[in-house]
Design a protein around this ligand. Sequence first.
Ligand SMILES: [Zn+2]
Ligand SMILES: [Zn+2]
Ligand SMILES: [Zn+2]
Ligand SMILES: [Zn+2]
Ligand SMILES: [Zn+2]
Ligand SMILES: [Zn+2]
Ligand SMILES: [Zn+2]
Length: 1754
Amino acid sequence: MADENLRELNVGGDPGTWDGSESELVVRSWQEGVDLCSGIYQHLKEYVPPVFCSGSEAKSPEENQAYQTLLQTLEWYLFGENPADGFAKLEQSNSSSQLCGRVFKGGETTYSCRDCAIDPTCVLCVDCFQNSVHKNHRYKMNSSNGGGFCDCGDVEAWKTGPACKMHEHGVSEDSANPASQLPVGLAERTQQLFTIIFRYIVDMLIWTEDKELPLGLQPREKTDSYFCVLFNDEQHSPEQVIYSLQRSLGCSQREAQNHTTLIDKEGRRAVKHGTLQSCQETKLEVFNITNSVFQSPLRVEILHSSVVSHQTFALRLLSWLNQVVSNSAGLRQIFCEVVLNQEPDSNQPCLISKLMLADAKLWKGARKVFHELIVCSLLMETECKRLFAVEFVTHYKQLQLEFVEDDHDRNVSVTAQSVQIFTVPTLARHLIEEHDALKIIVETIIELFSEHMDNGKLHFQSYSRDKLFRKQMVLYDLKYVLISKPPLWTDRQREHFLEGFKTFLRLLKTMQNMEPMSRQIGQHLEIEPEWESAFTIQMLLKCILSMIQEWCASDEQVLLRAYKECHRVLSQCSNECSQRNARKQLNTLNMCGHSISLKRYLVSREPVSIHLPLSRLLAGLHVHLNKSGALNKLEEYVPSSEFQVEKLMDYPLRCLVLMAQVSADMWRRNGFSLVNQVFCYRNVKWREEMFDKDVIMLQIAASIMDPNRFLMFLLSRFELFEVFSKSSIPRNKDVIQQTNVLIEELLHLIIIVIGERYVPGVGHVKKDDVTLREVIHLLCIEPMPHSELAKSLPENENNETGLENVIHQVATFKKPGLSGHGVYELKPEYLKHFNLFFYHYYKSQQTKAEDEQKKRKKQSNSSEALPPPLPPPFYSMFVKVINILNCDVLMLILRTVLQRAVDSTGQLWSEAMVQKTLHLICMALQEEKRQLEGGVAEEDVNFDVYLKATRVGSSAVNAESILSLLEKLRGVQQLDAQKDMIIWTLQMFETVKKLREKSSPCSATEAASQKTNETTQDKDKAERKRKAEAAKLYRQKIMAQMSAMQKNFIESNKHLYEKSTEAPKQGTVRTEVDSTPTAEDSGVALGPMQGATAAEKITLTCILCQEEQEVKTDEMAMVLAACVQRSTALSNSRTRTITNLGDDCDPIIMHPDLGCGTHVGSCGHVMHASCWQKYFEAVQNSTRNRLHAELPFDLENGEFLCPLCKALYNTVMPVIPQQAQNLDSKDAETVAQILTLSRWLQNVAARLIGLNASDSKEKESNLIQGNPIARKDPVEFRSILSFGVQSPIKYSKSIVEMLLLFATAVYRVGLKVAPNEADSRVPLMAWNACAFTIQSIENILTDEDKVLFGSLPDRQGLSLKAVLQFAASQRVVASSRVIQQHLTRLMSVFLPHLDVEDTWSILDIDFFHLLVSLVLAFPSLYWEETVELQPSDISCAFNNLYLFHLVTMVHIVQILLTSTTDCPMEQDGEETEESQSAAELYETLREYTSRSLEYKPHGWYLWHCVKCGIVPFLRCSALFFNYLLGVPPPEELSKDSPEGQFEALCLYLALPTNLFKLFQEHKDVVSPLLQRWCSDSAVQSFLKGERATVRYPRERNQLMELPEDYSCVLNQGSQYKCSRSSDDETKNLALCMFCGAMLCSQSQCCREEVNGEEVGACAAHAMNCGSGLGMFLRIRECQVLLLAGKNRGCFIPAPYLDDYGETDQWLKRGNPLHLCNERYKKLERLWQQHRILEEITRNQDTNQVDFGFEWQQF
Ligand SMILES: [Zn+2]
Ligand SMILES: [Zn+2]
Ligand SMILES: [Zn+2]
Ligand SMILES: [Zn+2]
Ligand SMILES: [Zn+2]
Ligand SMILES: [Zn+2]
Ligand SMILES: [Zn+2]
């Protein structure tokens, strides 16, 4: 891209003002002059100020001029010839680079490879990724913050596949010295020129106000021309800046907006040009306004215009340099040398450092160009990168200090470049070894934190959140430099690393014991102390600490020396503390003949801190020592005399005691701050370097100390010593409760210290074993999705958890359904590893896991005991920890607990306590068993738990043995739940006993005890069996009783019972059709053969009052909740602007593209009209009182939520039963003979004319004369009535009311107008809504391949019927005259000259809409002024038949004209009767269109087209007549096979299967019509190809096709360029899923004004595309935005799943995503079934967060 730009600039331009020859002249004068620098400066002085004088950095025409005069001259100098030639030569000699180096913009998607990247900061751009091997690896997607660059081609960044296909053949930059390959003259000139201009750039950019311009640039005379320059900051919002500018400059809003946008983008902008004085006034003005209104002034500076010009030009030069060096590796190398060159004997830093140090003072635009230059030059090549890195590290501290004070985001700070330097492993190690990088970084942290220091410890009391955040960035740098440890250590490396390590210890020392807490007694803590910052830092330190340990562990010498240092600093810390407590006396404690002396300390009384990083680091190093076997060399470094393990363990122990006391509720007065800290201490993000390490420290102590002394120490710190040493028992209930919890916690801790060996180096385990165990325990709680598992596992520095390595071993994957996510289920064989007291369980998790596991055991009918799993053996020195299990003090503790439980009189015991005791006993026996099984002789087995536990008086004189206590425990009732566990423990005793007998001759006493033991066990078994039997019998008895009662009940309430099984609770439909039809089922719905139906009987239950009612026309109305909405779901021309709305719209005809229709939906939940009204009013009243209540529905527009299903509705519609249809077949036959189609049409014409004439008498004669039909055979105006009339049905007042209400709602919503029940368009909208609703139902049925009849659920059938009956009953709502007028207009399609102006072309009519309107309007012909009449059943049958035949014929013509053009010429089809008739009809049409129909397709093809094209219409018509009349359809239409469908449709609709027979049969009537239809001008122009029209069958709408792989979607997004926007910022792109339009959501460029209001691109687009509804895929966020109207919307996950069956909104996890077809279909259905609005309300209801959005801004 860079190259192209250059060439463009070269070729273009205005040669008139300045051409090459002049440049040449200037260059010659430079070369001839003495000093090149002054020559160039002279030129700049002359030309820069006039050229860049607008003070703006935006591109303008003057840009070209500047290029000509200034840059081209420089280029002439550089090449010594025409620059175009020079560049061309350079390009030739230049080979393409191996590095991609593409700089990311904010929001751009980046890719990393989890398999191959050295660390997660190594990323690829989209193009490189798509061309790389990593596409098929475990990649991650991420959104860039901007500023970083693509690492493609960097061999140090990737383990494999370092370069993509585009870059793999590039030449490595390091292969040769590229500068040496340049022509000598060029190299020399480049060096000279770059030196001069880069110095000029630096001088100008860091120019400060009080300085004069540099020598050689000062203008001859200083003009009074100044600029007022406003600078960007991150404190003021754009609105604030706009406001201030408008007021201070007096400019327009648009102007102010323009300034503000540019200030934000470029970082500064000259907002005023004028004299010094006027600028000063403006500056003062801005200061005053911003200072008084916003309390913080905006930064404004006054700069002389020549300064502004030079600065602007300097910036332009910087970009120019960037382009020039990216063109040639040689030039780049020279450039790097120039800017890194430190002048000899000068203590000034090199040029690049100078600029770097000024970075924080530069404005945003300048910084961006500068950083890009760094990336494209200095970082592109290893040696330059190294030199630059050294400069960077040298100034590191100062840069960071300035960054903290800076008010710009980090991505525009030069400090952000650290990631490019420190993440290169070799470079990082070099910097540590040679330039003390580690030390410098840690020192920088210490210095940055110095202001938080209080008495040598960190303390974050009051601090600036933003500044602390900036300071934390240094910790990331620390992490980066530690990413890869040296493969081989040199002495120099050791020294420098340890130097850095010592500094690091200094940092940790300031954190050891920081922010201590004291227990609040009496009153609550008043102010919650600050705790978060310390934990945030701890979290960042976690990775660093573990990496430092890894570094230490990789070299024995380093490890030992680091350990020594750490120990020294930790001892210092403890000594400082103990000095404060020097007065304290040593206290000696005795128990079981053992004693310990220690200083008194009470966690509950004295300060205690959670932060102990030094202790924990030491623990970590100790484990490494143990693992490497270097522990035995420790003596040389830390003499055992100095190693006081009790002191070392004291602080971690206090911390653990604090946790126990918090559990015991002793710290409840310390508030939430403590609760949160306790939570974090054990949370997965911290625990590795907090809780886990404290446990290890205790294990270290236990491995060194005498076990009895160790336990006594624990007892003392837990403040439980007296509870076990004395028999005095506390009385206070609270104290007892506390003590009980503390004992439980103590036992738990002992279990943990002995049993938790899953740390490599503590136990014999590997890393994967640890993860495996974590996963097992998580899955023991419940099956979990991948993301939740990953979240619950600790991450290493590369954000990896190791989950993938083990998950398939232990779990099986269960796929997700349509919603929800896939989960992993633990394989049953791993259940035996379950440890109830797993140390990473929170309490709630433990309870859940216990319940789950017990439930599982119960189901499989096995013992419910959850014994401890066998732990892995301890590693080396840690082996001694298990001695605790065998020691006297533990025996005493266990025995005491059991004794108290057996006595069960006192309260100092609990079930949980016993449970843990049993667990410990089992652990001890397991250990003994393991030793016995190890094959050692009994004398060598040092474990004798068995003996101790069975011996009487083992711990106290005459005390009972543990074994006998256990036997007794079985009788304790409160411990029923533990019974299985007790039995299990007893069996364990038995096993060990047998093992002991095997290894030693059995003694008589033991054998005896064994016997008793056995008998008790047998007894127990028998007892159990008996109880189980009894329970079984009892259950059977109860069951028998129950079923007898049930039978009785059914008998006595038979009718009730049947009803309730058929119609479950909620308002389900129950339709009963009388089973005695008066005529046989003919399967025909129209004409003389019409089948008979009985009056429909509908019984419904109101969901509000639960009462049942039969629906009758003369009773109170029952209503359905209904939702009317405009819909484009069927639209065949999405780009056409929707016009059928508003006050001027005439909705009589629907356009065949179905651009926008009116849809009625319902959940089918029925209410009494009165119940609904009460409900609606109640909602109104309850919300009226709530101010600013955010409701998901709009009461003003009649919206409410269905009381049952909570879907959104905006009106209700009444349920009206179908009327009986009964034709006398004889009558029908007679009528059929007389009433032919032509006769009927004459009657209708006469009637219409007559009715119209009665309005205006004088017209009558004209009309009759003018009408050919009327003239030929004048028909009496009332003759149509003679075929049968009847009186209409009366509707109850309540039904009429509801009809009116619903009609008005349909009218209001359908046309988007104010409600007006008297408007003449009300009935039209009712018919349209009916037709459109049927069409969309037919569409869905076809789409889902469902049968026409019988596949609609009952409730949908009920609501469709209601819509139809409503449309049919319009005469009740509207005046008969209005409907007659509509009918006259509609009939004009068939009856010409009816005095109506409308002449629609048949290409512009949707004939199903026309059919519905005609059929439903037709009864109005029968109304007389005085009597209300309606056609009799026979009349109706004929009317419907003829109307339907007429419409069918015109539709066939429409299809023939529009949809038969692509005939395959060669292919032959079968010649049938149909195809012949089709060809004949076509020939006629050709005649009538004056041969405009050019082709003459085959007959079979025409028939095929007609058949396909007309089926949707026929299906809709069948649905329509069925729901209108209730005539049951032929069976074929409810059968799954497609066979016979067409024939059945024809039968039902009384059509000949050869549709063309209609034309033959009614030739007399049709011929003139055909002639008229064909001669229409619209038809003519269509046939000439001058206009387009819809083809049949209409295309069915589908959602836009989406790529299978989500990265392709992202790719598409990144390639999209918005034509409205000039800047290249990445946009928030949204893809319209209806039409595929790409939109810039939430972006200024694509906002639009709609109805005088500015809205976002999506909202504006949805207005037309979806008639207010929208479904957009937000590409960067991977979620679907649903919009409805102005203020409704929600986000749902995109239909993409990762391999674990989970969606990823916001791409937070970034796993590869693939399209899920089921979910995609689900979205499509949401659209086609008109359920988007419903989905939004449902989401808003469950997801309150969405309320915050202003949806129209998207
Ligand atoms: Zn790339
Ligand atoms: Zn590449
Ligand atoms: Zn890879
Ligand atoms: Zn009711
Ligand atoms: Zn409902
Ligand atoms: Zn669209
Ligand atoms: Zn745009």
